[in-house]
Design a protein around this ligand. Structure first.
Ligand code: GLN
Length: 262
């Protein structure tokens, strides 16, 4: 009997050690979720979607507010933001250094071969930015044989490569492209409309302007690893809830000054 009791106690202790450990991934899913951290990757040179506060270095912008709200809504206890180059984001999902990309990333067929996108959360488009004193370029059709700048790995850069005879210069960050435009090292930049508008408002209009029509509509989505479709579903669910309860509209108004078009 004594032996039996000892064995029983040993089994129970083993249970305590393996089954109830705080960080054990096999713990009951509902509980584990509330403890988990969501690791976000972003390239914070894309105001008003993601940028760093000059003083505090905190990540600010529509994407940053939205992904934090989504993480909270989905039950994540912590949301950590990692700063990386735009062209490093998709590889970082592959190596599991991050769980999700929140970086004004356009949902495209090409990218969807490598990642899983959530539902779109913002409608955008590309525009051409030139120097204010440039009256020769009135839109994308005037960019043939010109020097075009764009941020590396973006849809703007892809669009630039389609312009016949154009010399495309890639930049790590949009601010470097803007500087090169100012110095007349390039003739134009192709970039996202809301980011170009924000840049002009923040002082860029001293030397730059948008010309021509907005190119195709693009939809931004959050991206996760292809083998993490569960996470995409969780984020989609949380996004839908925030769209329903008014939180999404509140954030949209905060950053764009108006309610989203429905
Ligand atoms: N929306 C563009 C793209 O996907 C630009 C994104 C960015 O520079 N952050 O590619």
């Amino acid at each position: 009997m004594r032996k039996f009791l000892c064995a029983l106690m040993a089994v129970m202790m083993l249970g305590v050690l393996t089954g109830c450990g705080g960080g054990d991934k096999k713990a009951a899913p509902a509980k584990a979720e509330t403890k988990k951290e969501l690791i976000v990757g972003t390239e914070p040179g894309f105001a008003p979607f993601e940028f760093q506060d000059e003083k505090t270095k905190d990540y600010a912008g529509f994407d940053m507010d939205l992904i934090r709200a989504i993480a909270k809504q989905a039950g994540f206890a912590k949301c950590t933001i990692n700063n990386m180059g735009f062209d490093a984001l998709i590889p970082a999902l592959g190596t599991k250094n991050i769980d999700v990309i929140a970086s004004g990333m356009t949902i495209s067929e090409e990218r969807a071969k490598k990642v899983t996108f959530t539902k779109g959360y913002y409608t955008s488009g590309l525009v051409v930015l030139v120097n204010k004193d440039n009256n020769a370029i009135k839109g994308i059709e005037d960019l043939k044989n010109k020097r075009i700048g764009a941020q590396i790995g973006t849809t703007g850069a892809m669009q630039a490569t389609k312009v016949p005879g154009a010399q495309v210069k890639n930049f790590n960050v949009n601010s470097d492209a803007a500087l090169e435009l100012k110095n007349k090292g390039i003739d134009a930049i192709i970039l996202d409309l809301p980011v170009a508008q924000w840049f002009l408002k923040q002082g860029g209009s001293e030397y730059a302007k948008i010309v021509g029509a907005t190119l195709d509509a693009e939809e931004y989505g959050f991206a996760v690893s292809k083998d993490n479709k569960d996470l995409a579903a969780k984020l989609d669910k949380a996004l839908a809830e925030l769209q329903k309860n008014g939180e999404y509209d509140k954030l949209y108004k905060k950053w764009f000054g108006e309610a989203p078009k429905k």
